[in-house]
Ligand binder design. Sequence first.
Ligand SMILES: [Zn+2]
Ligand SMILES: [Zn+2]
Length: 365
Amino acid sequence: MPNPSLEPEILISRLSHRPRHLLKAMITVTSPPKSTDSKLADRVWTDRGSSLGILDRLPPEIVSILLGMLDTQSIARFACLSSRANTFVRSQRAYRDLATLVPQVLLALGRVGLIGLHSVAELHAALRTERCATCIEYGAFLFLPTCERCCWECLRLNPSLRVLSRKEAKRYFGLSDRHLQRLPTLRVIPGDYGISANPAPEHCELISVKAARGLGLIVHGSAGKLAQAMARRCKSTGLFVTGRYLQGGWPAVSQDQDLLLLPSQGNIPTDDFFGMASIPFPSLSKSGRIEDGLWCLGCEVTLRRYDSLRLPRDVLAAIVPSNCGPLRVLLGLERRARSKESFLDHVKHCYGAQQLIPELATGNG
Ligand SMILES: [Zn+2]
Ligand SMILES: [Zn+2]
């Protein structure tokens, strides 16, 4: 007879959590105002016979593609033009999903000044993926400057998922103030960020490393010349090491490689702006199920046992490859979010989960 304590929903309720210290390390938009979608629904239209204007000459599928290319603010403005435009916009699945499922993300994009940067189609595509854009894991966050879904580990390690001050962008990518005018700027929302809840600097404006690197390559013509421009501006070892890291890009990860289990990437320069450009971001599956990511309480138990020297050696050896630092790996696992499917698969093999629910070890109890 199947053991009821091993039912998926029971396992999820007993073994998963949403760690506040990680979620609060990023942009938090607490009570989003009524979604744009419901505002549209409330509006009283008097011009019921109105049209889409010149767009009426196009087939609805083409109008739909064109609307998908607009950003969410422009599409909301379009919806205000007439009752027909309003009905048309509300019939667009991509826009409706964004406005009803992630209004806090749209609000955050507006508050940081990047609402016009990504189209509805791009944001919807990100909503409908689960995987981190730069590794194989579930991505529980959205990096606002590039509209990429990402995981905690990549946010921490991947230079493309970082933001810089204007001064740093100029220094590390050989750019001038005039160059920077061509790049989108993120206005930091006041608040506390990062694991240690550091307050954001006042009136802080940031630029994405990816955009600065892209422009640096255009301005200087090649990766080699870009590196030389950086070296001329970074005379001290510390600055040079940071510049090399920021320009270095990201190693391509193969389909089955777990970043955490690769040997350490060396010293990663501190990210003073961690969390200021990212936000928790649910995912929408093909079947229409929304997921927020599940974090494993078992992995927290494993980390605590390691910290207090109570983790058996053979268990540690089974989790952490010999060429990796145990603390980095165990901390990374504790901070890893998973999709429901991957979570249920993970807890079958998680040492800490088996300590919390011993029946998991035998599979039947
Ligand atoms: Zn990742
Ligand atoms: Zn676990």
